[in-house]
Design a protein around this ligand. Structure first.
Ligand code: PEP
Ligand code: MN
Length: 235
């Protein structure tokens, strides 16, 4: 969320493409303290406005246990970012929230650590948990992270929880988003979280891993085809 115009425009684009949930960052866990940190509550208000205008559901990141109630007031799902996957105080606070949690895998989290973080939410009383594979750290340097699609069938064997895939952070490259999205759906992922910007070249954050509107449209039209080819239905 950079400002109201950019966000409302984005919401209209994703709605038109057939997307169900709008993700926008108001509290952003940036690597550098000198870069854009998000608009905070003002950003949440803009997201609420986009929801009101488009009917899209909203998901946004919560970074601090003390802000859990505030973020929950404005959003339909709450995202826990990779950096906070093992922030047990945050997980415990979110286990008491009556909204679904989108739990992203830590950069270096094993499968069992990832599932144990989900257990913090489940055992505390929140049974609405969606897992998200977003790439892990490896020796590979031509992509931002290494998208570990192996974890999709692994989670399907061990857990009843849905798992979605984030090819934007998993690759760091806009031109890899569509190929890796196809692979994720074919591997059994229950959904995708993809970055899009009306003008990626002007984005304040992560423009290099954001789709342009026409590419998002293309991706959305391909999902059904891929799902059908492997005998799946994606709602
Ligand atoms: C994000 O979703 O914008 C984000 C910061 O992702 P991650 O926590 O996976 O790095
Ligand atoms: Mn991002």
């Amino acid at each position: 969320v950079e400002n109201e115009d950019q966000l409302i425009q984005s919401a209209e684009i994703v709605k038109k493409a057939g997307v169900k949930i709008l993700r926008g960052g108001a509290y952003k866990p940036r690597t550098s303290p000198y870069t854009f940190q998000g608009m905070g509550e003002e950003g949440l208000k803009i997201l609420a406005k986009a929801k009101q205008q488009t009917g899209l559901r909203i998901v946004t990141e919560v970074m601090d246990a003390a802000e859990a109630d505030l973020v929950a007031e404005y959003s339909d799902l709450l995202q826990v970012g990779a950096r906070n996957m093992q922030n047990t105080k945050l997980l415990r606070a979110l286990s008491k929230i009556k909204k679904p949690i989108l739990l992203k895998r830590g950069f270096a989290a094993t499968l069992s650590e990832f599932l144990m973080s989900a257990e913090y939410l489940l055992s505390g009383g929140n049974d609405q948990v969606i897992l998200c594979e977003r790439g892990i750290r490896t020796f590979v340097e031509y992509t931002r992270n290494t998208l570990d699609l192996n974890i999709v069938p692994a989670i399907k064997q061990l857990s009843h929880l849905p798992i979605i895939v984030d090819p934007s952070h998993g690759t760091g490259r806009y031109d890899f988003i569509i190929p890796m999205s196809r692979a994720a759906i074919a591997a059994g992922a229950d959904g995708l979280i993809v970055e899009m910007h009306p003008k990626p070249e002007e984005a304040i954050s992560d423009g290099e891993q954001s789709l342009k509107p026409d590419k998002l449209k293309q991706l959305m039209s391909e999902i059904d085809l891929i799902a059908k080819a492997v005998n799946r239905t994606i709602l």
